[in-house]
Design a protein around this ligand. Structure first.
Ligand code: FMN
Length: 199
């Protein structure tokens, strides 16, 4: 099999890049770090090379408190309303589409989120990509101009939870829902390679 050190290092980073929803609220993310992460997005592929995505960093406690109720956390955990105040993210990046450059960004949004979350993982940060949020209220709260449409909210911070990958059993009916055990560990089932390859 073709492999080398860089490939193994990249694979380890991708495996470590798990969704985190509980953070050390007393451990802030520096504004410079957020800028460095946004810079990674500059170098990703872009449909038509239009590069229509913009990022609003949010770090003030006033704005963070206003945004938190607009987000939906861990849809499978019906009893959990999201992290308690002492485990909330310490920064958000709101990814926005500049609609003047196009109505659609194809998969630019996902490519950039992967670049940013991988960079965050490399720095020891954790992230949660959030699609379930109240976009009109968020736009209002952040006073975003008309042409910027929020697409995703990325919550960031230093992790205060353990997340582990679970191997799925390789049948299409297998349960893919993430779960938490009584020790607080978050488990994420992933399908085996054999299921991803169409034979
Ligand atoms: C497109 C997308 C939308 C997501 N939206 C939410 C969300 O609204 N709320 C949330 O808590 N997690 C959200 N997540 C995180 C997923 O639940 C998470 O990626 C999944 O459980 C797998 O865990 P992993 O990222 O550790 O592999 C989203 C992830 C993606 C890729």
């Amino acid at each position: 099999m073709l492999t080398n050190h860089s490939f193994e290092a990249l694979k380890a980073l991708i495996k470590s890049n798990r969704t985190v929803r509980r953070f050390k609220a007393d451990h802030p993310v520096e504004p410079d770090t957020l800028c460095a992460l946004i810079e990674l997005a500059r170098f990703t592929a872009s449909g038509r090379n239009a590069q229509p995505l913009r990022y609003k960093p949010v770090t003030s406690s006033e704005s963070m408190n206003a945004i938190f109720p607009l987000l939906a956390w861990a849809g499978y955990f019906k009893e959990w309303a999201g992290p308690e105040p002492e485990q909330r993210p310490t920064a958000y990046l709101v990814q926005c589409l500049d609609t003047r450059l196009g109505k659609d960004c194809l998969c630019d949004d996902g490519l950039q989120l992967e670049a940013i979350t991988l960079g965050a993982a490399a720095l020891g940060l954790g992230c949660c990509i959030i699609k379930a949020f109240n976009a009109p209220k968020l736009k209002q709260e952040l006073q975003l101009p008309e042409h910027l449409e929020p697409r995703y909210v990325l919550a960031l911070g230093y992790p205060d939870e353990t997340v582990v990958i679970e191997e799925m059993d390789g049948t299409s009916e297998a349960d893919f829902k993430y779960f938490r055990t009584t020790d607080g560990v978050h488990h994420v089932p992933k399908r085996p390679l054999s299921e991803l390859i169409i034979s």
